[in-house]
Every structure is written in C-alpha cells, then in structure tokens.
Write a protein that binds this ligand. Structure first.
Ligand code: NI
Length: 169
C-alpha cells in the first residue's frame, strides 16, 4: 500500500496465448501460493494489466469456509444482481497483517476470459462474490481500506482476532 502502481487503472489484455501472458500468470500463481492468498491481481506484482487470479481450496482447519474454484480471470466485467450489500472481513497481500470490515454486493454476475481467451460467465454469491469484487477493485486502483465504512472495524489481525493464525489475502 502506497505504491502508485496500486492506484492506477490497469489496461485490458488484448493478446492471448503469448509468452508474456503465460509468464505473468506463472509469476502471479507463485506469488499467491507462496503467500497463501485467496487471490491476487496483476498490479500487486507491479503489472498494470486487467488480470486477476483467485481460488480457495477446502481447508480442514476452516471447514466452514466456502470453497472457490481456482480461476484465471482476464478483463473482468462485474454486474451486481440486486442491491443487497453484505459486510465481511477482508485482508490483502498489499496490506499485510491487517483486516477490515468491507461492504460488498452479496450476489453478482461476472464475465471475462481465461488465459486462452475462452469466455467465462458466472453467477456467484457470498465469499466467491466478495473475492471477485476485491480482486477486480485492484484493477481500478482501489484497495479495500477505501471501502470500509466504519474505520473502527479496521486493524491488525493480532488485535482484532487474538490467537487466530490468519493469512493475508
Ligand atoms: Ni488485495
């Protein structure tokens, strides 16, 4: 947080199946895996292109956590379904060791393409919808703290959730 590349509006990807795009995605996947994140956007590794990846595997430590299939989403377009917002805790690899309570649309449709240029069109809700909104915000230069409505609900993991071993995501 504070790096100007995280505040820029990123450019759409126009060419697919290129070595550059493949290298970017490998780099993003390595970074996300290394930091145990739920998602990552290209600007977070200094590349201002409209590329996000996300996914949450079933974790035995958090059996109640919703699973999200691993997804490469390029040039995403989000369309909220209804106007219902839901508050939920978020973290971000670009804002390490912190959490904030962020309002997001509960349900939405998202479209875009995968790394081969194949169209993606999904209707999702809950945590899946939250992750997509968080990652897509990065492409418009928005970090989650700007979405927090009550800044008393923003702080360090160890203070907000003592004793819990929370990952940055
Ligand atoms: Ni983030």
């Amino acid at each position: 947080m504070g790096d100007p590349r995280l505040l820029a509006v990123s450019e759409p990807v126009r060419r697919f199946n290129t070595p550059d795009l493949a290298a970017l995605l490998t780099d993003m996947q390595d970074t996300m895996q290394h930091l145990s994140g739920a998602g990552l956007a290209a600007p977070q590794i200094g590349v201002n292109l409209r590329v996000v990846i996300f996914g949450v595997a079933q974790n035995p430590r958090y059996p109640e956590a919703e699973m999200v299939p691993f997804t490469v989403l390029i040039n995403p377009v989000l369309t909220p379904i209804g106007s219902e917002l839901e508050e939920g805790w978020e973290g971000c690899l670009s804002v390490p060791s912190m959490r904030g309570l962020v309002p997001r649309y509960r349900e939405l449709q998202y479209t875009g393409v995968d790394d081969t240029g194949q169209r993606i069109d999904r209707r999702v809700s809950g945590f899946h919808a939250r992750v997509v909104q968080h990652e897509t915000d990065h492409l418009d230069g928005i970090l989650y703290p700007r979405r927090i409505r009550d800044l008393t609900q923003f702080g360090f993991n160890e203070a907000l959730f003592p004793g819990e071993d929370l990952q940055d995501d």
